[in-house]
Design a protein around this ligand. Structure first.
Ligand SMILES: [Zn+2]
Length: 258
């Protein structure tokens, strides 16, 4: 699909779209490495590698210095640091992707699920949600999935999370085929994805915290029911608009399917 060699697959999507698990699984492909939400590396809070914490040989102050001082592209520095042929990232927001890759060397995987399912995931991390937070979440959801670049967009494909959850190894290999990545992964790799030598950061949960294992689990999808929404947003304009965008993505010719 591309005329240039692919060296960066960037996941685009909302928070709670499933990007954490998808980026780690893609990072298990031979020749690929997942950095996660890379924009946190140089944040004031100086986020650490989730796996190695203070002992990371990759995500450390040397890398932060390189990222802030060289003219080489942000993602190219990260790809070199991870010694990967193809970098996987999950910075997700197209405005962040434009900031760090203004020349658009990336290909985008636009990862989505039903906006109602996003709201349910979102509600689980809120203790006392303000009344309008669901509307705000939906507005951002629509922005992310309808973002239009000012000129030629990067190559992109839609990924429906439920497709991947049904047969994870087969679907990851399907993505690899689509982007001419020669490596493959097996069902066993999927089971043991935490054992892979990942160096990454970001996400809502720490994949190596045993208390969070169930929150980053690969489970077969269940049918979504609007009755399980935390609040009744079904008649709101934002929800109806998000549903329309969702159905457009489901029926897009650019969606990767089995
Ligand atoms: Zn590390």
């Amino acid at each position: 699909m591309n005329t240039h060699a692919i060296n960066h697959l960037a996941i685009r999507g909302t928070s709670f779209c499933g990007s954490t698990i998808v980026s780690y699984l893609l990072g298990c492909l031979p020749g690929c490495a997942n950095i996660g939400e890379s924009h946190w590396i140089t944040s004031q809070r100086s986020f650490k590698c989730l796996r190695c914490k203070d002992e990371c040989s990759i995500i450390n102050d040397d890398l932060r210095t390189k990222l802030s001082s060289t003219s080489l592209g942000w993602y190219e520095i990260l790809r070199n640091a991870l010694k990967a042929n193809i970098l996987i990232s999950s910075d997700k927001d197209p405005e962040i992707l434009e900031k760090y890759d203004p020349e658009r060397f990336r290909c985008e995987l636009i990862l989505f699920k039903n906006p109602g399912e996003n709201l349910i995931s979102y509600s689980k991390v809120l203790s006392t949600p303000p009344i309008d937070c669901y509307e705000d979440y939906l507005s951002n959801w629509i922005r992310i999935y309808t973002y239009r670049y000012s000129d030629q967009p990067p190559p992109y494909k839609y990924i429906y999370l439920n497709d991947l959850l049904q047969q994870p190894a087969r679907f990851i290999n399907r993505i690899a085929d689509e982007f001419c990545i020669s490596g493959k992964i097996s069902d066993n790799d999927i089971q043991l994805w935490r054992e892979h030598p990942h160096h990454s950061l970001g996400g809502n949960f720490d994949p190596w915290d045993v208390n969070c294992y169930h929150k980053i689990a690969i489970k077969p999808p269940k049918p979504f029911q609007e009755g399980s929404l935390p609040v009744d947003v079904t008649t709101s304009i934002a929800y109806q608009e998000a549903l329309s965008v969702y159905h457009d993505m489901l029926s897009s010719q650019n969606r990767i399917k089995f």
